[in-house]
Design a protein around this ligand. Structure first.
Ligand code: URP
Ligand code: ZN
Ligand code: ZN
Length: 461
């Protein structure tokens, strides 16, 4: 059914104006004043509201076998949560084990999403082993439309790769025009510190931070920069959490390394004291890697987003139940499944604490939560903007809405909300997925057959 969105205030990174948007055959076909619509069109009155391009979460985990368990969401729950929160495109990390074949992993991850996802999706292909067989399969996966890799310099003995593998992955990525996203922490230093802390009887969640302090993240970042420089490869540092790591990335950028930086909503809003809450093992809810940092880093990350030094704001959504999964780490913090759920709340928290407080302009908000991810990962201008020819993924945003976040009302399939009781200002009133309404008045009304796998072209030569 054709769709007309009337009188909304359209916001992109470089424009802000009031107009109507007409959508047909999944795309935006006309933007202008007083547009007419054929009989039978759906009409949304967006007067007094913003219209944003659908938001993109460039770093999520939905199907994630990790630390002896599995992340809780599937595509049914995660895509509903994403859409209710204004995210219309999910980029998930494919994370096979070393023993898995990359092509099989690619097919498995795709099969988890197809027919279940109410929003569009694509993947960063995890390279967790590099040999001739893996290389041949990675070439096939890139041909099939996956234009980015994911590597882990952390998680020794699990997803982590060694330096020879890092060398060859970046060499291959450069030759294929693929951007490599990377978790940057020095795996050996972490393993040593974990062993020392446990031997000293320091087993509580609060020691997670001590086992991987900022300098270890900065070392991982610097390490990636050195290897990227050797190949002139394009790299993207995922979930950067602190000043030391940002300095390492920016120093490399100044000497010509093609590096982009992502941070997370969690790092902007909660700090390491949350993971130090001892009562009832509460801190485990906030154990993730890199860890939540000292509060002083928050201003640096906000300023990085406001100035464009940090390109994207993601979630690293990784939901593990507190009662049955986080509790696996009682008596040994290294066994707490790492991760914090946030796919549902990223945009509203970012608007509330960024735009509504004046920390982030509306343009920079759209750029860092949507447009930059589209540009970096080969989705622009199909996604990430509002223009004729673009997919009609639109968020009609009510800036006057006031509400509270809670596990009781969330759609994420996990038994806690990391921001329980937090107030929000603004939320999506309506959200469309390629021209079909998926959220109305904050309620999911979408279709789990709607989401498509997005094939992407490699452009990072
Ligand atoms: O703690 C985290 N970040 N969990 C998810 C896996 C990862 O490292 O991205
Ligand atoms: Zn990571
Ligand atoms: Zn992650």
């Amino acid at each position: 059914m054709p769709l007309l969105i009337r009188n909304g205030e359209i916001v992109t990174p470089d424009q802000r104006y009031i107009a109507d948007i007409f959508c047909e055959n999944e795309t935006i076909t006309r933007i202008g004043k007083n547009l007419d619509a054929p009989p039978g069109s759906e009409i949304i009155d967006a007067a007094g509201k913003f219209v944003f391009p659908g938001f993109i979460d460039p770093h999520t985990h939905i199907y994630l076998p990790f630390m002896g368990t599995f992340a809780k969401d599937d595509y049914t729950t995660a895509s509903e949560a994403a859409l209710v929160g204004g995210t219309t495109t999910i980029i998930e990390m494919i994370c096979p084990s070393r023993a898995d074949e990359p092509l099989q992993a690619f097919e498995l991850w795709k099969s988890r999403a197809q027919g279940k996802s109410a929003c569009d999706f694509t993947f960063h292909m995890g390279v967790t082993r590099y040999d001739a067989a893996a290389e041949a399969q990675l070439r096939e996966i890139v041909k099939a439309g996956v234009a980015s890799f994911k590597i882990f310099l952390a998680y020794k003995g699990a997803f982590g790769i060694d330096d020879d593998e890092l060398w060859h992955t970046l060499k291959l990525a450069k030759s294929l025009g693929v951007i490599t996203t990377a978790h940057c922490e020095n795996a050996s230093a972490i393993a040593q510190r974990q062993a020392e802390l446990l031997a000293a009887g320091k087993t509580e969640p609060s020691y997670h931070h001590e086992s991987r302090p900022p300098r270890i993240e900065a070392e991982g970042t610097h390490h990636l920069m050195t290897f990227a420089e050797m190949h002139d490869a394009h790299v993207y540092v995922v979930h950067l959490s602190c000043e030391e790591a940002l300095q390492a990335a920016l120093a490399a950028r100044l000497r010509g390394v093609h590096v982009w930086v992502e941070t997370l909503i969690q790092y902007l809003l909660i700090d390491k004291t949350w993971a130090e809450r001892e009562e009832g093992f509460e801190g485990a809810k906030y154990v993730m890697s890199p860890p939540l940092r000292d509060k002083k880093n928050q201003k640096i990350l906000w300023d990085g987003l406001a100035s464009g030094l940090i390109s994207t704001l993601a979630t690293d959504h990784a939901p593990f139940d507190f009662a049955t999964q986080k509790s696996m780490g009682k008596g040994d913090f290294t066994k707490i499944p790492n991760g914090i759920p946030a796919i549902e709340d990223r945009v509203n928290l970012y608007y509330t604490h960024g735009v509504a407080t004046g920390r982030i302009s509306l343009h920079q908000f759209v750029d860092t939560a949507s447009t930059q991810a589209a540009k970096l990962f080969g989705l622009f201008p199909r996604k990430g903007t509002i223009a004729p020819g673009s997919d009609a993924d639109l968020v009609v945003y009510d800036p006057k809405y006031k509400g509270k976040l809670s596990v009781k009302t969330q759609r994420q399939n996990v038994d806690y909300n990391a921001f329980e009781g937090w107030e929000i200002t603004g939320r999506p009133a309506a959200v469309t997925v390629r021209g079909q309404v998926a959220v109305r008045d904050g309620k999911f009304v979408g279709d789990h057959q709607r989401g498509r796998f997005l094939k992407r072209e490699a452009t990072h030569f």
